[in-house]
Design a binder for this molecule. Structure first.
Ligand code: BGC
Length: 348
C-alpha cells in the first residue's frame, strides 16, 4: 500500500470511529523506537505501568527501529482513538504525516526523550538534559586524566550517536565543548584525526557499527601506543568499543564513557572495562511524562522548565528537562541498587 492510500485508509478508519477520537476513555498512545536496546523496553514498561496506574488506557508499540513501521503504528493509534500521543522517534523528522494527522484531530503530542523535528504539531518535549549528558561525560574525562594538571599528551578517540537522532548532536556538542580546549592546546590528541560529528557518528546507535569502526582505528593507530580515553556517547556504542578493545588492543586500558547504565555496561563498569555511564533514571522521565499527560487531559498548565533550547526547525518546543548524573564503580550501588533500579542479581 503506498503512503497516500494508507493515509486515506487510516483517515477513513478515523472518520468511521467518529466521536470515539474525541470521546471519553482517556486513551494514550505510546510509540517507542525499538525493543533492541534495554532502555526503550524499560521506558515502555514504565510508561505503560504508570499510565495504567493513573487510570488511562494505553496502546504501547515498539517500531523495530523502522521509521515507516513507526509512522503506521502512530496513525493506527490515532485511528484507535488516542487522546494524547507520546512518541520517541526513531528518526526525528520522519513522522510528519502522522503528526499532521494528530494536528488535524487536535491530539496533543509529547516528544519523549528525542525531539520530533520540523513540525508544529509537537506540543511538549520531555527528556533528560541532553547537552548536560555530554558535559557530564566530558568533565568525567577531565577529572579522570587530571587534564588541568597532567602534562599529557593523551590519546583520545570519539564515538558518537545516530545522526538521525536530534539528541546525538547535543551529547557530542556538550562533551566537545568541554574537551575541545584540551585538543586545541595539544593535551588531547586524536590520532585517527576523526573529530567531526559526521566522522564519528554511529547510524542507529548500532553496537556492531561502533565495534568495526573501533577495530579499524585500533589496528591502524594503536598497535604501538596507548589510546588513553574513548569518549562514547552511549552504552550501546561503548559496548562495541569495549569488544573491539578486548580483541584488538594490548595497550593500557583506556577511560571509556557511556550513557544509560544498561545492565551489560554496568557489569563492564564493575569489571573495569567501562569507566562511567550517565544514569538517566527512566522512572523519573516516565513519571514526568505521565504528569504532563494528566495536566493536558485535565486542561491544566503543563509543567515545563525550558522554553528556549529545543528548536525543532519550525517551533521552539516547551520542554521539561530532567537531570542526568554520572555513575561509576564507586556510586553505582547507591544509584542503581539502593534505588531499586536493578537488583544485585541482575548485575552478577
Ligand atoms: C537516548 C539515549 C540512548 C540512545 C540510543 C538516545 O536518544 O537519549 O539514552 O542511548 O538514544 O537508543
Amino acid at each position: 500500500m503506498n503512503k497516500k492510500v494508507l493515509l486515506a485508509t487510516t483517515m477513513i478508519a478515523v472518520a468511521m470511529l467518529g466521536t470515539t477520537v474525541h470521546a471519553e476513555g482517556e486513551k494514550v498512545g505510546v510509540s517507542m523506537p525499538t525493543k533492541d536496546l534495554q532502555r526503550w523496553n524499560q521506558d515502555g514498561a514504565n510508561m505503560e505501568k504508570e499510565l495504567t496506574d493513573a487510570g488511562y488506557e494505553v496502546e504501547l508499540q515498539f517500531a523495530s527501529n523502522d521509521p515507516s513501521t513507526q509512522l503506521n503504528q502512530i496513525k493506527t493509534m490515532i485511528g484507535n482513538g488516542a487522546q494524547v500521543l507520546v512518541i520517541s522517534a526513531i528518526e526525528g523528522d520522519s513522522l510528519g504525516e502522522a503528526l499532521d494527522m494528530a494536528a488535524e484531530y487536535e491530539i496533543p503530542v509529547i516528544a519523549y526523550d528525542r525531539l520530533l523535528m520540523n513540525s508544529d504539531a509537537v506540543s511538549y518535549y520531555a527528556t533528560f538534559d541532553n547537552y548536560m549528558v555530554g558535559t557530564v561525560q566530558g568533565n568525567y574525562i577531565v577529572e579522570a586524566l587530571d587534564l588541568e594538571n597532567a602534562d599529557g599528551p593523551f590519546n583520545l578517540e570519539i564515538t558518537a550517536g545516530d545522526p538521525g537522532d536530534n539528541n546525538a548532536g547535543y551529547f557530542y556538542g556538550g562533551a566537545m565543548d568541554v574537551l575541545q580546549p584540551y585538543i586545541d592546546e595539544g593535551k588531547l590528541v586524536v590520532q585517527s584525526g576523526q573529530t567531526a560529528f559526521e566522522e564519528v557518528a554511529t547510524p542507529q546507535w548500532k553496537t556492531d557499527t561502533a565495534q568495526s569502526r573501533a577495530e579499524n582505528i585500533l589496528s591502524t593507530y594503536y598497535t604501538d601506543q596507548n589510546v588513553d580515553v574513548w569518549l562514547c556517547s552511549n552504552d550501546s556504542t561503548a559496548l562495541g568499543v569495549e569488544t573491539a578493545l578486548a580483541a584488538n588492543y594490548s595497550g593500557e586500558y583506556p577511560v571509556v564513557t557511556g550513557q544509560d547504565c544498561d545492565i551489560e555496561n554496568t557489569k563492564n563498569m564493575i569489571a573495569g572495562k567501562q569507566s562511567m555511564s550517565v544514569f538517566k533514571d527512566t522512572r523519573t522521565l516516565a513519571s514526568q511524562v505521565v504528569k504532563m499527560v494528566g495536566q493536558i487531559i485535565n486542561g491544566e498548565e503543563v509543567d515545563v522548565n525550558d522554553t528556549e533550547t529545543y528548536d525543532n526547525g519550525v517551533i521552539v518546543v516547551p520542554s521539561y528537562l530532567c537531570e542526568p548524573v554520572f555513575a561509576d564503580v564507586n556510586n553505582y550501588k547507591e544509584l542503581l541498587i539502593d534505588s531499586g533500579y536493578y537488583t544485585e542479581d541482575q548485575l552478577q
